[in-house]
Design a binder for this molecule. Structure first.
Ligand code: CA
Length: 628
């Protein structure tokens, strides 16, 4: 009698709240409905160091459900209700010696089993914890997935998503996808790249500008316009087979305003300024500034990046746990070789310590690169692992983007070489390397998806452009180039226009008249630049002296600047002449390093030259000399 009453009660309740859940199975004490919409993370793996998980369960009015797990591999320690009745948080432990298994989580209401979900405990791939992160033996190719190649035109327009494709709009969806990248891995490898970093690929179901990927609306799902989770994993595996590492772009600071958990947050402090939009002041330096006021610190840290990107509150323990688990899940699921972290100093800095610790603890030789867009090496170095900071702040972030070098080197190419100008600028930037615990672990780059194309920065001067490519390919650190740099893609029309910077790669779309993948329709200058990239990067690939060699620089004089990379008995000398005319360099000033060596191998011109007295170097050019 009692059970019948309960079942009738549920039916009435479901009808009255308009829930479309259907009865799946009906028997004594079991009445299954489709109540649970989300279980996140959706699965885990055995033999990971992270064994205590908090599972977010989401569904319509589910907070009164009683979860139960009866399994010898997993223990349900506790469960928590929060303010919003659509959430339950389950605290589970994966037991020592747990075996791969399908874990059944049962949900009861008034002693009746009303829903169940399978939580898979999977076996890890071989050596999953020993995945090698990108490092200074690598060169990174940055791709904006919507703009590189359309490998699957059938996913260009996904009707369940808000935004329609439109190639006429440079801020619209153009159809590029993960399949397009898989199709062209051979092109990337052939150029000499060993790592690819993709701008974010998770779901961005936003009403406009969803192409760039920085407004995530589901942290566990690849955007269907780019492909599926399985296809992303396939990309990672295919790349690995070709010795190409995959770096995923992650954004712990904010999500998109169409994110399901922003529209229906579990509690009042899931986001910062949750009830009312407040813009960040962008005053990142308040983090290091010993004179900063409290209001300035708060206005920077808790404000939103833009109105469509709510600021995540990582000081909330449940949110912090959610983000950390999500990151570990993607590394393990896809077999990633690295993470690039967007807007690093906008997140709560103590959370970033916990987050980087969790990742590096689980994957000790992994790599993570953070974006701190500052021209000041003191500010950048604050975030690097092992830095002893004035305020005691501890970080586990191995790599940072070297914006100070990018900014000063761009100026060097454009300036004349008078006192304090030209190469003196990057020379001085490098002289600040003492601030870094590990300056060899900096990501160095001439441009990225957020700044004027490098060819535009140097006013379409091919000589200056090549000097830049040589500089970044031989300097300490991990070089990164943006897709299309190898064919002189520019943003001349409107240098800082994001849509224009991220122009479609020619040959990536059916019917393209120019195809940079096979060279059809490229100008001679573009073809030569592709060849130049191939030559320099493939030479770099096998030269450990460039990866790990000590760096010795010589102060610029008369428009000539040079540095040496030295490892054991191998030495590479890179010389830049910023003058417009050819110069003769007296080599005696460099005797402390070249000693009695009389000859060097001129890598770019493929000849042996004498270095015993003078070297001749053309105007606006660079030389790479190998001395053994
Ligand atoms: Ca497509």
């Amino acid at each position: 009698m009692k059970n019948i009453f309960i079942l009738m009660f549920i039916s009435v309740f479901l009808i009255s709240c308009g829930n479309d859940s259907k009865v799946i199975k009906s028997e004594k004490n079991v009445q299954l409905f489709d109540l649970i919409e989300r279980v996140e993370p959706p699965n885990w793996w055995v033999e990971m160091k992270t064994k205590n998980l908090q599972i977010l369960v989401y569904g319509n009015s589910i907070s009164d459900l009683i979860p139960k797990i009866d399994n010898s591999n997993v223990m349900l320690n506790s469960y928590e209700k929060v303010k919003n009745e659509n959430y339950l948080f389950l605290n589970i432990s994966i037991l020592d010696n747990a075996k791969p298994d399908e874990i059944e989580i049962d949900f009861y209401r008034n002693s009746v089993l009303v829903d169940m979900r399978i939580f898979n405990l999977l076996e890890r791939e071989q050596n999953a914890s020993k995945v090698e992160g990108f490092n200074n033996s690598d060169v990174m190719y940055l791709i904006t997935p919507d703009r590189f190649a359309n490998g699957n035109p059938s996913n260009d327009d996904v009707k369940e998503m808000y935004e329609r494709p439109n190639r006429e709009n440079n801020r619209g969806l153009h159809g590029g996808d993960i399949q397009g990248i898989i199709n062209h891995l051979d092109y990337i490898k052939d150029l000499g790249f060993t790592t690819i970093w993709l701008n974010p690929i998770l779901e961005n179901n936003m009403k406009k500008s969803s192409y760039h990927g920085y407004s995530i609306t589901d942290y566990y799902k690849v955007d269907p316009r780019f492909g599926t989770n399985d296809l992303f994993k396939e990309l990672s595996h295919s790349a690995k087979e070709m010795d190409i590492k995959l770096v995923m772009d992650m954004i712990p600071n904010h999500c998109g305003s169409e994110h399901w958990f922003f529209k229906d947050p579990p509690m009042d402090d899931w986001f910062n300024n949750q009830s009312e939009f407040k813009n960040t002041s962008h005053r990142r330096e308040t983090i290091q500034d010993i004179h900063a006021s409290e209001i300035d610190k708060k206005e920077h840290a808790d404000g939103w990046f833009v109105k469509t990107m709510p600021d995540i509150n990582q000081k909330n323990d449940k949110m912090s746990t959610y983000l950390i688990q999500n990151t570990l899940w993607w590394i393990e699921y896809a077999g990633l070789s690295g993470i690039r972290v967007d807007t690093y100093p906008y997140s709560d800095k103590d959370f970033m310590t916990d987050w980087t610790y969790a990742v590096m603890n689980e994957y000790p030789i992994f790599n993570i690169v953070g974006e701190e867009w500052s021209d000041n090496p003191a500010v950048i170095s604050y975030w690097q692992k092992d830095k002893i900071n004035h305020d005691g702040y501890v970080s586990y972030l191995p790599t940072l983007m070297d914006f100070p070098l990018q900014i000063s080197f761009a100026e060097a190419l454009l300036d004349d070489f008078n006192w304090g100008k030209g190469f003196v600028k990057p020379y001085k930037t490098l002289a600040s390397d003492f601030l870094y615990p590990n300056s060899n672990n900096l990501l160095i780059f001439p441009d990225n998806h957020d700044m004027a194309r490098f060819y535009t920065q140097v006013n379409n001067d091919i000589d200056l452009f090549k000097m830049g490519i040589i500089y970044y390919s031989t300097m300490r650190g991990i070089p990164q180039f943006y897709y299309g740099t190898e064919i002189l893609m520019n943003s001349d029309e409107n240098p800082g226009d994001h849509g224009l910077i991220r122009t479609d790669f020619p040959g990536g779309w059916p019917g393209d008249k120019i195809n940079a993948f096979n060279g059809n329709g490229l100008t001679n200058k573009e073809l030569e630049t592709q060849m130049f990239f191939k030559q320099v990067l493939n030479w770099r690939k096998s030269n450990e002296v460039i990866h790990n060699g000590n760096l010795i620089q010589f102060a610029p004089k008369n428009g000539i600047y040079s540095f040496f990379r030295i490892l054991e008995n191998k030495m590479v000398w890179v010389i830049f002449n910023r003058n417009t005319s050819s110069k003769t360099l007296n080599t005696s000033r460099f005797d402390e390093l070249i000693k009695n060596n009389e000859f060097a191998n001129d890598v770019l011109n493929k000849k042996r030259i004498s270095i015993s007295e003078t070297i001749s170097i053309n105007g606006k050019s660079a030389l790479i000399l190998e001395i053994e």
